[in-house]
Design a protein around this ligand. Structure first.
Ligand SMILES: NC(=O)c1ccc[n+]([C@@H]2O[C@H](COP(=O)([O-])OP(=O)(O)OC[C@H]3O[C@@H](n4cnc5c(N)ncnc54)[C@H](OP(=O)(O)O)[C@@H]3O)[C@@H](O)[C@H]2O)c1
Length: 252
């Protein structure tokens, strides 16, 4: 779709992939609504891009609904990039019920609800796009990230189902599937990324893929592209994939 002049909402725009995506969309001529919690960072980004700021803690369902209302009042949205998210690493048995609930609420329920609330407006636009930032963890499963992988898989399947549902409308649905990205995600989840490979990619590489996928109405995009290979092997030969994953990795 044409990005110049489009009104784009980026959730989790205060950091990492979301901040880089907002900068790229601004370069492409889009107008921005920047979501996050960190008011200082959002104000700086808004100053650079001319965007509007909506702050909301997605761990709070009422704040998600309030954010949707605020976004609708700011203008007719053409693009929603569902990017905000948090990680959690460690054995499931060590998680509290609150840890699980938070991961489900922030990474799954909040983007589902925001999408539901903004979809009628998107359907009324001449062209519109819904973009979801999922994770390779949701497509391959990762030891030590079971709940995170499950909610990302849920978001992925929501996007895929919505794409079928919206076929024949002017709303396009895209999914960007990052692998390991060099952001604050790992320090925030309380467990740094310590594996030697794969090497983290810069957040701007994911942002460029998101903007390119929006421009080209692409359905599915892996960053880096080779991540498609393990997903294909898992789909075609699940037992071979399991054997390879338990030998060479499968933990984040
Ligand atoms: N980094 C990776 O390796 C990687 C890989 C695959 C997928 N992803 C996905 O990419 C997306 C962006 O992550 P990132 O790597 O850019 O991490 P990040 O730098 O930690 O950024 C996360 C963003 O999400 C927002 N966020 C977190 N908790 C929130 C909450 N409770 N309410 C509202 N906003 C919240 C943060 O806003 P505030 O800072 O303002 O709270 C921040 O803008 C996430 O969905 C993540 O799962 C990341």
């Amino acid at each position: 779709m044409e990005l110049r002049g489009a009104l784009a909402v980026v959730t989790g725009a205060s950091s990492g992939i979301g901040a880089a995506t907002a900068a790229r969309l601004h370069e492409a001529g889009a107008r921005l609504i920047l979501h996050g919690r960190d008011e200082r960072r959002l104000a700086e980004l808004a100053e650079r891009t001319g965007g509007s700021v909506v702050t909301a803690d997605f761990a709070d369902p009422a704040a998600v609904s309030a954010a949707a209302g605020e976004i609708r009042r700011l203008g007719e949205v053409d693009i929603l990039v569902n990017n905000a998210g948090i990680g959690w690493a460690g054995p499931v048995a060590e998680m509290t019920a609150a840890d699980v609930a938070r991961l489900v609420q922030v990474n799954l329920t909040a983007p589902l609800e925001l999408t539901r609330a903004l979809l009628p407006g998107l359907l009324a636009r001449p062209r519109a796009s819904l973009m979801f930032v999922t994770s390779i963890a949701g497509r391959t499963a990762v030891a030590g990230e079971s709940v995170y992988s499950a909610v990302k898989a849920g978001l992925d399947t929501f996007a895929e189902s919505l794409r079928f549902e919206l076929a024949g409308t002017r709303v396009h649905v895209g999914v960007v599937v990052p692998g390991v990205v060099d952001t604050e995600f790992f320090t925030r989840r309380g467990r740094p990324y310590e594996r030697r490979s794969p090497k983290p990619v810069p957040s701007d590489r994911v942002a460029s893929a998101i903007v390119d996928a929006l421009r080209r109405d692409q359905a599915d995009r892996y960053v880096p592209g080779w991540l498609k290979l393990p997903v294909t092997v898992r789909g075609a030969l699940p037992s071979v994939y399991r054997a390879l994953a338990s030998r060479f990795g499968g933990s984040g």
